[in-house]
Ligand binder design. Structure first.
Ligand code: HEC
Length: 102
């Protein structure tokens, strides 16, 4: 196998292993930390925790960035937004926006 073939094979393998992450309906790993307050699919059971299910992705994304960057203040929510990257926030926002509200 020459170098060009080898890198094509590696490229193909990479494309396949990352493919599931691009599906909007896939539950992001970070969503595990949100379940306790926002419910298993974004339908919070406790009224003091807002429902995330079915909200617009752009709104959820902006809210998370605002919590993370200190533009939106909430002592409960801020610690959970702090460690998130832009990519993780986008995935979480798309996941919750795709869930139906109950
Ligand atoms: C300990 C409970 C708790 C956990 C865990 C938690 N949140 Fe929250 N979240 C809240 C509360 C309380 C609010 C309402 C904050 C406010 O009033 O501004 C909130 C608000 C939000 C909002 C804004 C919703 C809106 O309608 O404006 C988003 C988006 C959000 N949380 C996403 C997440 C994500 C994603 C995670 C997991 C990474 C998470 N939260 C983990 C308690 C929690």
């Amino acid at each position: 196998m020459n170098l060009r073939t080898a890198s094509a094979v590696v490229g193909l393998m990479t494309a396949f292993s990352f493919a599931p992450l691009t599906l909007a309906a896939d539950k992001p790993a970070k969503a595990q930390t949100c379940v306790g307050c926002h419910g298993p699919n974004g339908n919070s059971l406790v009224p003091t925790y807002p429902k995330l299910a079915g909200q617009h992705a752009a709104y959820l994304e902006q809210s998370l960035k605002d919590f993370r960057d200190g533009h939106r203040k909430n002592a409960t929510m801020e610690p959970f937004a702090k460690g998130l990257t832009d990519e993780e926030i986008k995935a979480l926002a798309e996941y919750y926006a795709a869930q139906s509200q109950s």
